[in-house]
Design a protein around this ligand. Structure first.
Ligand SMILES: C[S@@+](CC[C@H](N)C(=O)[O-])C[C@H]1O[C@@H](n2cnc3c(N)ncnc32)[C@H](O)[C@@H]1O
Length: 248
């Protein structure tokens, strides 16, 4: 299976919202936002950049906690949903449609986050451009939280085939790790009543912990601390996901 560059354009367009949020409830998003606030040491009125923000599930919780939040995403459908939710909840968040490799701000934010498997979508140059853009957008001393799988977290649990239920849908994932490109390529099949309703393909570049740390150093970050997202404990071999906190 060879997934084309730019797969993310087709992948996220028309993706149902509940699939995008992975079936997470607002309570779960709130718990994630509280963990993020702790890792980033967020206080009220701090300027926070959430990129990519999807339908704003974390941005809205952080805004409710008193932060001044800007959310960036490329998919108009998710940004519309985010704005609607902000209006309904009476929250003020700036939602901006933009490519995450091309952020418009310089020395503006106290903190930034790239949360929940939103890193590695591009080639090495593109992934580096994203980290450089976040670094530029942060004030000196600003903190960055990158949540992602690494080669060490994923490969020991690698399952070539997985099925899960979401509401009345079955989601089938057929995965292939391409050791030549270092990418995990997934064919997603969405079924309802045993009929295929949608197919999508994704392709994520998997880095080792060390490679991610080196790229963050190159982008001007220092004092890096890794945690296991699922437990909050310091990251070690055997951890299930990585939450890496760095400061500029
Ligand atoms: C897995 S979702 C995570 C969203 C959010 N961080 C969360 O925790 O719910 C990934 C998001 O990346 C966005 N995205 C994909 N490619 C992008 C790009 N080139 N620039 C900006 N956003 C992009 C998609 O629209 C989608 O909302």
């Amino acid at each position: 299976m060879d997934v084309q560059e730019g797969w993310w354009k087709a992948f996220f367009s028309d993706l149902p919202l509940d699939v995008q949020v992975g079936g997470r409830t607002q309570t779960q998003s709130r718990a994630e936002a509280e963990m993020i606030a702790e890792l980033l040491d967020l206080g009220p009125d701090q300027a926070v950049l959430d990129v990519p923000c999807g339908e704003g599930r974390i941005a809205l919780e952080l805004a409710e906690m008193g932060c001044t939040v800007t959310g960036v995403d490329i998919t108009p459908q998710f940004l519309d949903a985010a704005q609607q939710a902000a209006d309904t909840r009476g929250l003020n968040v700036l939602f901006v449609r933009r490519d995450m490799r091309d952020l418009e701000w310089e020395d503006l934010f106290d903190a930034a986050l790239c949360w929940w498997g939103s890193f590695g979508y591009f080639d090495d140059e593109g992934n580096r451009a994203f980290l450089d853009a976040v670094s530029r957008a942060l004030k000196p001393g600003g903190r960055f939280l990158l949540e992602t799988h690494t080669l060490e977290t994923l490969l020991p649990r690698y399952e070539p085939h997985a099925e899960s239920e979401m509401g009345d849908r079955i989601i089938v994932q057929d995965r292939y790790f391409n050791h030549v490109t270092g990418r995990i390529q997934t064919e997603w099949t969405f079924k309802r009543d045993d009929r295929i309703v949608m197919r999508r393909q994704s392709s994520i570049r998997l880095y080792t912990y060390k490679q991610i740390v080196d790229r963050l150093w190159d982008a001007g970050f220092k004092s890096l601390q890794g945690y296991d997202t699922t437990t909050g404990e310091p990251f070690e071999f055997g951890s299930k996901r990585l939450s890496l906190v760095a400061s500029k």
